[in-house]
Ligand binder design. Structure first.
Ligand SMILES: NC(=O)c1ccc[n+]([C@@H]2O[C@H](COP(=O)([O-])OP(=O)(O)OC[C@H]3O[C@@H](n4cnc5c(N)ncnc54)[C@H](OP(=O)(O)O)[C@@H]3O)[C@@H](O)[C@H]2O)c1
Length: 296
């Protein structure tokens, strides 16, 4: 068995590749614009390049972790680019994966919901309110038509100590480290999810008989402001620099689901373990943070 991690230069992709290597599963990673040592370059928008990569690498299991650079707000202003990376790229992979009947794992988001009534179960009807949410839903629909085995892992509020990426923990470290304030919404609810836990749960699901859509998130549900303050404390930064604001004050380009987040009953039944709490996730995050910062 050989795994391919698309987006190994990103937060989740790098956690997945490290985990596969630690478990002794042959795996290759790809990057697009941020070279990663040992990984291959691949732009999913290039259909022929995707076909060539798959013919050369011959993966049996594919993790699709690509995101549009600039994230949710970038997508709102650049719908064509969002669709090309998130939807077109996914279609190119499905096409290239089919001849080998490779299993495909797509990472999706609670942004496929409108945030009126979260946290959401897997079977709740999607109703995205942003270009990013539309694109994630369209990618899900493409994957649902793939006949050779797929998983859709919906997640939210992913964090990790992962220098070089722009996840919320790294943003807080950068801003508070230079004594600047960080504004976090007190009315956007989410389940903080440690990238390493997300990677491990998704690999376990992928290696099992599980098929279909799973919510893969941390157990606790809280406003993003609380998550930000907890991260600041975990990095021994001044949490008073985290400012609690309403979403309306942030003037974000894209609308956000307010009562977002996801339930974890199906995940718990599939894996037979409770997803980690925020406290458990922070313990692991802090250990990595302290080890890497102390040894830097
Ligand atoms: N972060 C969150 O809170 C969150 C929440 C819900 C869902 N998700 C989903 O989880 C997945 C992983 O998120 P993440 O935080 O790990 O994202 P990330 O750190 O931004 O990484 C995104 C990856 O996508 C790659 N990429 C970008 N454009 C590409 C293209 N055209 N072709 C191939 N690869 C391309 C990037 O490569 P380069 O950097 O080398 O260009 C990078 O490796 C994404 O699908 C995201 O939508 C994330």
């Amino acid at each position: 068995m050989k795994a391919l991690v698309v987006g190994a230069s990103g937060q989740l992709g790098s956690a997945l590749l490290a985990l596969l290597q630690a478990r002794g599963i042959p795996a290759v990673g790809t990057y697009c614009s941020h070279p990663r040592q040992g990984s291959a370059v691949l732009d999913l928008r290039d259909r022929e390049a995707v076909r060539r990569s798959f013919a050369g690498l011959e993966p049996d299991l594919v993790f699709l972790t690509q995101n549009a650079p600039g994230g949710v707000d970038f997508c709102e202003d650049h719908p064509d680019q969002a669709a090309a990376v998130l939807v077109g790229g996914t279609r190119h992979v499905l096409e290239a994966a089919a001849p080998r009947r490779a299993k495909v794992v797509l990472f999706s988001s609670d942004y496929v919901f409108d945030g009126e009534s979260g946290p959401y179960a897997e079977e709740a009807p999607p109703s995205p309110i942003s270009v990013y949410g539309d694109a994630k839903l369209a990618a899900e629909e493409a994957v649902q038509a793939y006949p050779h085995g797929f998983l859709i892992a919906r997640t939210t509020a992913v964090f990790s100590w992962s220098p070089g990426t722009k996840n919320i923990a790294m943003q807080i470290h950068e801003r508070l480290g230079s004594r600047q304030a960080f504004r976090a919404p007190n009315d956007q609810w989410c389940n903080p999810t440690l990238a390493e836990h997300l990677a491990a749960a998704c690999l376990d699901l992928a290696l099992s008989d599980a098929r279909g859509t799973f919510n893969v998130v941390g157990r606790d549900w809280m406003p993003r402001y609380e998550m930000a303050a907890a991260l600041a404390r975990a990095m021994s930064l001044d949490a008073s620099l985290i400012q609690s604001v309403a979403t309306s004050e942030l003037r974000q380009r894209a609308r956000r689901p307010l009562k977002g987040g996801l339930t974890t009953d199906k995940l718990r039944r599939a894996l037979g373990v409770e997803p980690p709490t925020m406290e458990e996730s922070l313990r692991r995050f802090s250990a990595k943070f302290r080890q890497e910062v102390t040894h830097a």
